[in-house]
Design a protein around this ligand. Structure first.
Ligand code: ZN
Length: 75
């Protein structure tokens, strides 16, 4: 893993469920790889918690809304 350069994103990024792979950890004071963990299942979607892979600090969360019916189910 060489996180020195961020590849430029194409402008035609499909809007799909983005997965954050690195987030800023306030404890490590740097961008860190994160672990995604299902935290809660809410009526409006599933809440995921992102924790720092090094120190385990929670660095963010995300609510994933269920796909509309007919578009296929992805997990
Ligand atoms: Zn950390």
């Amino acid at each position: 893993m060489i996180p020195t350069r961020t590849p430029r994103r194409a402008k035609t990024v499909q809007y799909r469920d983005f997965d954050a792979t690195e987030l800023f950890c306030p404890r490590c004071r740097r961008a860190v790889p994160v672990r995604k963990r299902l935290l809660l299942i809410l009526p409006e979607g599933e809440k995921y918690d992102y924790t720092c892979a090094f120190c385990g600090t929670s660095v963010g969360d995300k609510l994933v809304r269920p796909s509309p019916p007919g578009s296929g189910l992805e997990f």
